[in-house]
Design a protein around this ligand. Structure first.
Ligand code: ADP
Ligand code: MG
Length: 214
């Protein structure tokens, strides 16, 4: 049995066409079902639904053999024990610093002020500001980062941006790009040895489907 860990939402939706290219159809729509384990058109392949941030943990510890995780989640998690054979070029976005549109970020940086930064991505943010030599107080949040500068909780946020419409709706502006993000295929190291053939087939089919789109 090959177990594939996916998160609900855009990663699940955008992985479906890649699975189709590998001849795999998922039996149920996770938006309509409460099941967390979904069977597929291939009796020896199943999908487990986990939180996006839990995908590396599942795959690293053998709760799943393969998974799809955003580069944001992989960097934040560490991902050292994972084989990462393929950039799937899905769920594309970028990690950026954003502030209120009336906050002068460039001046704050230039003056060497301490900047209060709210984010879910504390490891990435810590590294980014350390590289720039900017002093920050990091505030860990688990969601709705946009709210932090509007309420005075923070001067800036580090968050994912795609179109920028969420920032705009909240009077925030992107002041710095940190990283381009897309989702990656991740594989458990032991599974790669024990289930070499089915995993190879999956990687190859995904790779072909990704290449055909570019
Ligand atoms: P959660 O709500 O559990 O944080 P999301 O569905 O928002 O999960 O994000 C899952 C993954 O999708 C993220 O780790 C990231 O790689 C990617 N992602 C998040 N936001 C966007 C976006 N606006 N556009 C494209 N990809 C995104
Ligand atoms: Mg989200």
């Amino acid at each position: 049995m090959l177990t594939l860990a996916l998160s609900k939402g855009r990663i699940f939706e955008e992985t479906l066409p890649l699975l189709a290219a590998a001849g795999i159809t998922v039996s149920e729509d996770p938006e309509k079902s409460r099941k967390l384990i979904l069977s597929t058109s291939q009796a020896d392949v199943r999908v487990v639904l986990v939180r996006a941030t839990d995908v590396p943990t599942y795959v690293e510890n053998g709760g799943a053999d393969v998974g799809v995780a955003g580069l944001d989640v992989l960097i934040e998690h560490g991902g050292a024990g994972l084989y990462q054979p393929l950039d799937l070029q899905i769920a594309k976005c970028r990690m950026s610093v954003a502030t209120r549109d009336d906050f002068d970020y460039a001046s704050a940086v230039k003056q060497g002020s301490r900047i209060r930064v709210a984010t879910k991505y504390t490891a990435i943010a810590r590294q980014h500001f350390a590289d720039k030599g900017v002093h920050v107080d990091l505030i860990k949040l688990y969601g709705s980062m946009e709210l932090a500068p509007l309420t005075g909780l923070a001067d800036a946020i580090v968050d994912l941006v795609s179109t920028g419409s969420t920032l705009k709706a909240n009077h925030l502006v992107e002041v710095e790009r940190i990283l381009d993000v897309s989702s990656r295929l991740v594989v458990n190291q032991a599974a790669l040895k024990l289930q070499r053939e089915p995993i190879r087939r999956l990687i190859d089919a995904f790779a072909q489907a990704v290449a055909a789109r570019q």
